[in-house]
Design a protein around this ligand. Structure first.
Ligand code: C5P
Length: 236
């Protein structure tokens, strides 16, 4: 996949408990300057109607529901998500190649052509938690193994830690989409993210898109915070 240089690389994580809070932020933003991520909490509370409202306001929406189930169920879930008109959706790569293939089939039954990406290893997991579920690979090798499987099946990319971006970019080439959370502009609170990089560092190391939540959503002026991030990245 070739990045479209006219497209904003910033995906704002709408980590809110209800539609009203999410819409309040969306009113303060410009769809030309960002995309929006709707995750499990907000989607469970506010449903597809919220996604449709955001799309009606011209925002591109990443539906971050990380599907992981039997292939037929994932195929139908991906078809339903794609029919909502989302710009990006995701599954767990650990569901295997048959499940990811089914996800692609579900999406291809629709007129929409969203990015379909996969989660490799959740960044909340470490060597001990992988071993606990029977995976003896190192975290890095497991990330790489699942990212390669994702690419072979034909999905567009993966979600990855900013610290894995460079390794994956080198291994998987320039056409693979790398969506990277754990981003903090210099001089802002790290919150509960322990291993962070700045927006410009992440783009330089090969990230295609940056997922950024609290540095924008908790800012007194979210549009300013977003514009400062763009200013930092303007020549990359
Ligand atoms: O507020 P903050 O910028 O930390 O939000 C990051 C967003 O990216 C959250 O929605 C979080 O769930 C998500 N995420 C993450 N780390 C991952 C995968 C997703 O922080 N490995």
């Amino acid at each position: 996949m070739q990045n479209n240089k006219n497209d904003s690389k910033v995906i704002i994580a709408l980590d809110y408990a209800d539609a009203a809070s999410a819409l309040k932020l969306a009113h303060q933003l410009d769809p030309a300057l960002c995309k929006l991520k709707v995750g499990k909490e907000l989607f469970t509370a506010a449903g597809p109607q919220l996604v449709e409202k955001l799309i009606a306001k011209n925002f591109k929406v990443f539906l971050d529901l990380k599907f992981h189930d039997i292939p037929n169920t994932v195929k139908n879930a991906c078809e339903a998500a794609s029919n909502l008109g989302v710009w990006m959706l995701n599954v767990h790569a650990s569901g295997g190649s048959a499940m990811m293939q089914a996800a692609l089939e579900g999406v291809s039954k629709t007129n929409n052509q969203p990015y379909l990406i996969a989660v490799t290893v959740l960044t909340s997991m470490n060597q001990a938690s992988l071993s606990e579920i029977g995976i003896e690979n190192s975290v890095e090798n497991q990330v790489l193994k699942l990212a390669k499987l994702t690419q072979v099946v034909g999905l567009h990319g993966v979600v990855c830690s900013a610290l894995e971006t460079q390794m994956l970019r080198n291994q998987l080439g320039n056409d693979f989409c790398l969506v990277t959370p754990g981003i903090r502009p210099a001089n802002v609170n790290q919150d509960d993210q322990s291993r962070v990089v700045t927006p410009s560092q992440a783009l330089r190391s090969g990230a295609s898109y940056l997922v950024i939540g609290r540095p924008i959503t908790q800012s007194a002026n979210p549009l300013n915070a977003l514009e400062e991030i763009h200013a930092e990245c303007v020549n990359i």
